[in-house]
Structure formats: structure tokens, C-alpha cells
Design a protein around this ligand. Structure first.
Ligand code: SF4
Length: 285
């Protein structure tokens, strides 16, 4: 079993003191360690953002890609070696804005991977612009008079687009977050963990205290996570009470299950030295 120190690189985060990214990083490392997954069997991909530095701080395979592209990169890795655990980490702007297209289509394909969204309802790295999860009326550097449009609801969106495991965590309830992330990584199929993560520098509304006063654990209210309609009802709950925990989980064949090319061996294990690709190249050039 890899210990937390086995999973820790020599690089140190430069996140602001009090940023929720620290807790999410800790939760991912604890989940990998407690699930007894060997680090060389894990790949973590990210996009661009404060939290997207995460792969630098965990001693697994890692790839920091382009803004909004953590999921296509993760998909490529998963299909080239589907035996690996693939985790994508990305912010709310990265996932629900710039990468929104990838978000919905990766869910409907049910690719076996976990997406952890560091959702602080703002673009932090680029100095505090409104993001897709900023609430209506929210004032920021890019919307000084307040946001006009409604915020994206990641949980109801995921339910609509067919994700097979949908959960929400809170960065300052680390024990709960570790347990949700562990369940997500163990799930076979696409799993989403949207994490409330205060940005102490640019979001003065959705603070740690703001969340602490509102979040409650679904498991304490006997929520049936196998019931899609019950999950949707909880997904729409917002205001004085906001649920965290597992909203929905189900089992369906994954995208990889439908690929005969990788039924016996991962792509990376296949010998392609005798494959002549010239006819294929000729067809498209
Ligand atoms: Fe965290 Fe916000 Fe600082 Fe970025 S700007 S490191 S999200 S607190």
C-alpha cells in the first residue's frame, strides 16, 4: 500500500493559504492510499487553473493539459490503457464552461474514469472572473453589475447526461470527501465528484462559513441513491440547505466494454510492429 508520503512529490503547492485545493489534494491522496492502488496504475489529468496543478503534487502518472481539456486527455489515456485508474481534476470554469462539451459527452459515453471538480464558483488563476457556477447576481471583476444568467447545476446536468455515479463533496469536510472520492474511484463507469471549494482570494460570497451553514449529508436523510428521480429532486435543492454526498449511482456497460479491439489486451500491450498503416494514411491524405 502506498503511504501518503509515497504519494507526495517534492514540489509544493503555491495556492493561497486557506484555499480548498489543499483539502482536495489530501482527499485524493488518502483515497488512493486507502484503496491500496499502486501509484504506477493511476493517471491524473488536468486542464488549466489553480487546482489543475494537482498532478504535480501526487506521485502517480500525471498530465497537465490545455484549458478545459482534462477529459479528452483522460479519455485518450483510458482507451490506450484501460487497465489504469484514470482521474481527471479540473475547476468549475474548466469543466462546465470551456470544457462543457467534453463534460456532457464523456458522461453519456460512460467511460470508466473519475472526474473531480474543484468548484469554487469563480476563475481563480486568471484573477477572479465569473464562472458557470457563479450564482445569478454574483459580482466579480468580469461582471461588476452582477451575473445576469442562471448558474449551471452540475448535479442535475450529470443526471440528465447519463453519468453513472454522481456525488458532491465539501473541501472542509475531508473525512466525508475521502469517503466519496474512494467510492467514485471504485465505481465502474463515469463518476463525478463536484467539490465545493472556497476561493479565499476572489470569492467572498461562497466562503467556508457560507457552506458550513448550509451543507448537510444525504446519508443522514435516508436518500435512496439508486432512485434517479429522488436524485434529481435533491439535485435541485439549493438555498438554506444544500445536500452533499452520493446523489445517484447505477451500473451500465462502459464505453470500453463495447470495444472488441481491447477485449483481450490493452492497446499499449498490443504488438503493432507488423501493422502497415500506409493504406489508412493514403485513404485520408
Ligand atoms: Fe485557491 Fe482562489 Fe488562491 Fe486560486 S486564487 S489558489 S482558487 S484561493
Amino acid at each position: 500500500m502506498a503511504s501518503i508520503s509515497d504519494l507526495t512529490t517534492k514540489e509544493s503547492p503555491t495556492w493561497c493559504m486557506g484555499c480548498g485545493d489543499f483539502s482536495i489534494l489530501s482527499a485524493i491522496k488518502n483515497a488512493i492510499s486507502q484503496l491500496n492502488i499502486e501509484p504506477h496504475n493511476v493517471l491524473i489529468s488536468s486542464g488549466i487553473g489553480c487546482g489543475s496543478k494537482t498532478p504535480h503534487f501526487i506521485k502517480t502518472y500525471g498530465f497537465e493539459g490545455l484549458h478545459g481539456r482534462s477529459l479528452p486527455v483522460a479519455t485518450g489515456f483510458k482507451l490506450s490503457n484501460h487497465k489504469m485508474k484514470v482521474i481527471a481534476v479540473a475547476g468549475d470554469g474548466d469543466t462546465y464552461g470551456i470544457g462543457g462539451n467534453h463534460f456532457i459527452h464523456t458522461m453519456r459515453r460512460n467511460i470508466d474514469m473519475t472526474l473531480i471538480v474543484q468548484n469554487n464558483a469563480i476563475y481563480g488563476l486568471t484573477k477572479g472572473q465569473t464562472s458557470p457556477t457563479s450564482q445569478k447576481g454574483f459580482k466579480s471583476n468580469s461582471t461588476p453589475s452582477g451575473v445576469l444568467e442562471e448558474a449551471v447545476n452540475p448535479i442535475s446536468t450529470a443526471l440528465t447526461w447519463g453519468a453513472t455515479f454522481i456525488a458532491r463533496g465539501f473541501a472542509f469536510d475531508v473525512a466525508h470527501l475521502v469517503s466519496v472520492v474512494k467510492e467514485a474511484i471504485s465505481h465502474r463507469g463515469f463518476s463525478l465528484v463536484d467539490v465545493f471549494q472556497p476561493c479565499v482570494t476572489y470569492n467572498r460570497i461562497n466562503t467556508m462559513e457560507w457552506y458550513k451553514q448550509r451543507v448537510y449529508d444525504l446519508t443522514k436523510e435516508n436518500h435512496d441513491s439508486t432512485n434517479w428521480f429522488a436524485a434529481m429532486e435533491k439535485a435541485l435543492e439549493w438555498g438554506d440547505r444544500i445536500p452533499i454526498g452520493v446523489f445517484y449511482k447505477t451500473q451500465k456497460p462502459t464505453y470500453e466494454d463495447g470495444l472488441p479491439q481491447i477485449k483481450d489486451k490493452a492497446l499499449v500491450e498490443q504488438d503493432i510492429s507488423n501493422v502497415d498503416i500506409r493504406p489508412l494514411l493514403k485513404k485520408y491524405m
